[in-house]
Design a protein around this ligand. Sequence first.
Ligand code: HEC
Ligand code: HEC
Length: 449
Amino acid sequence: MKLGLLALLLLAMGCSEPGVTDISADELLARTTGDALILDVRSAEEFASGHVPGAVNIPHTELGARLDELGNDRAKPVVVYCERGRRAGTAADVLLEGGFGNVLHLAGDMSQWRSEGRPTVAPPPVVDVAVLRDQASAIFGALPDVARSDSNAVSPEKVRLGRMLYFERCLSKNQETSCNSCHPLADFGQDGEPTSPGHRGQRGARNSPTVYNAALHVAQFWDGRAPDVEAQAKGPILNPVEMAMPNEDAVLELLRSIPGYVTEFAAAFPADADPISYNNLALAIGAFERRLLTPGRFDAFVSGQDDSLDAAELAGLQTFIETGCVSCHSGPAIGGGMFQKLGLVKPYDTDDQGRFEITGLESDRGVFKVPSLRNVAETAPYFHDGSIASLDQAVSLMAEHQLGRVLTPEQNASIRRFLSALTGDVDGSYVADPTLPESGPTTPAPDPT
Ligand code: HEC
Ligand code: HEC
């Protein structure tokens, strides 16, 4: 299951109620960022006898009716706190249903709060914003407005055609699958499944990566077997478990039978005597993908707007840099720039040989392309096989296997605050479903076999 837009942090460690983390008061302070709301869901009497300073009290039975009292900022982190052994789960469910996406669900011993005078939340770590921006700018650089290519100039006509082809289900054998089926542009360019169903529901062994920002990568696919998005686009249409077209000629025959495509290819490739070719199809899709970039608040920060990231996100960026994640996840896509062994420091168990299958080099066994971390909070599940469901787990495994480090829960949470700030803006008009040309009299029928 994909958590979608919810950054739901359910940390289960040694507590009887599933999804509730049992922590001490000091840990609560360390985990709670300056802008979080602490919601105490016990009865008014229990609350009156001692509580976390600054906490808001709404008994869990009344929460549904009184949600408005929590304000309108649904992105605000809410820490649900209750006495150990009590039900905080129902309260967290009510919050999630009410649209609060950032819920931390904790239980603890309230007796620690019977003495007053403690700070409500820990002060944010000290961050020198100017130094941090210089570091970020050097490590990541600026996101361009188009991922330029010397061999495929991006023109409006190519982009228009490429967008149509991206959404064109007729490019699959049963005319049911398009690029957008596995990489839905309205959902950050991926389908939320560990592996994606293609022709007749068949699945390959790997997770569909997002197509957003992919054109910036050093190469395409987890193993880098296609040099660029143009070369990549030729693969899925003919792949028997994806779009399953029998051969290039069948694709060209189909496109030539649709009068609208005859016109669109001619407009996109005006210098070509025979504009409908498999190569031109790939150039058009590639041109469309070269503008699938998602600038966001992080880019505003790098370009000089200090207040575009909040204190917790800045601290998270600092943690991300200091932990060493940037030795691999660097450049404008925050990754995508190199190949690295999965399990560089501590072996990682996977059957997939990665880049070894392409190069045959022993040194490439278990080596994968370092993925981009832009929009990563929206693109679960993770890793080449989609086997890692949560970002929390992905971050811990990375620290352990790539850097030989064990992160504290606070460091992990801090890094995730930064990673969530990498969610960028999708240009809705650029990725809106295009009107596709009508079939012609000789257009082949779908083949469901
Ligand atoms: C049936 C699902 C499916 C369909 C349909 C599909 N893809 Fe993919 N796509 C995948 C999977 C799975 C991968 C990763 C495969 C691998 O790395 O070996 C992938 C990889 C990619 C990548 C590489 C991204 C990166 O970060 O390396 C791009 C770009 C891409 N697809 C674009 C497209 C385009 C364009 C189309 C239509 C022509 C398309 N895909 C059709 C499943 C699909
Ligand atoms: C030595 C290089 C290296 C370092 C250091 C590294 N990573 Fe990675 N990262 C990778 C590779 C390679 C993958 C792809 C894993 C796979 O193929 O399954 C990856 C995958 C990820 C993913 C999953 C992305 C997705 O879309 O599936 C996340 C999240 C991530 N890294 C975060 C981090 C964080 C946070 C750190 C620092 C604690 C870090 N990485 C350090 C190389 C590295």
